[in-house]
Design a protein around this ligand. Sequence first.
Ligand code: UTP
Length: 289
Amino acid sequence: MYKKIRKAVFPVGGLGTRFLPATKSMPKEMLPVLNKPLIHHAFEEARNAGIEQFIFITGRNKNSINDHFDHAIELENFLEFKNNKDMLFLSKDCLIEPGNIVFLRQQQPLGLGHAVWCARNIIGDEPFAVILADDMFIEDRKCGILTEMIQYFQSDTTANIIGISKINISESKKYGIVKIGDGDIVEDMIEKPEVSDAPSGLAIVGRYILQPDIFYYLKGTEADKGGEIQLTNAMKKMLANSKFRAYRTNAYRLDCGNYLGYLEANVRFSLQNSEFSEPIKEMLKNILG
Ligand code: UTP
């Protein structure tokens, strides 16, 4: 029985249509919040949680993500020449031990479920984490939601854990919604329901710990009306034979998959940053008169 979560999957193969035209040739996951791209924040969260193997599911126009996790030789030479240690550290901080970084190509963006399924041969037979870089959180402990979820998982390593967070139920159509039974046991989940069909105001957020059985269910999951294979639909089928526990976070969620959430993330992260907090407060005061 595996107790440690060693591997994390980062699906980054989507088209990012909500961010067009910015994402026409640039991956959504490379949009920066403060000075780090979304995917870099996600990587840091995983590294803080003790993840050892980083598996990126990429697609066309996503090569800058590969480059971000590689050496930038000219830049490093230049910074070494200038003896600029701080910047050199920033440039090299996301280098992953050789052999522990995998880029898999999802040749067609057939949905989040399909992206996760692409990782099956790399994951093998052990539970693993999935992190969606466009879901960010602001929390008191600052260790990251994934760290908390992995701790939670330790109490029952046979279960799957899904991160959930309260939403305004009028927005149910944007999320996977869960029905919780006794304690934290998930009884049902529905992908993007109408408000009238939503079993609760609790939405799945972009953090999962999944047992490898999920690949069997993903393989058998049909595409939805929009042509996408949904992870929620595969998990719903798996519910019949496998336990799903909900990890409810009270951390403030920032949906960086749309403009407003992304802008808010930049403002909130700036306000939390010792260097930028005062200047940004001044700036906001000026803007608001
Ligand atoms: P999203 O639905 O937020 O991303 O998927 P998207 O499809 O790129 O964005 P829109 O809706 O068109 O604006 C959540 C995550 O799953 C990845 C995305 O890259 C994103 O990080 N994803 C989505 C894949 O890896 N492959 C897919 O086929 C779909």
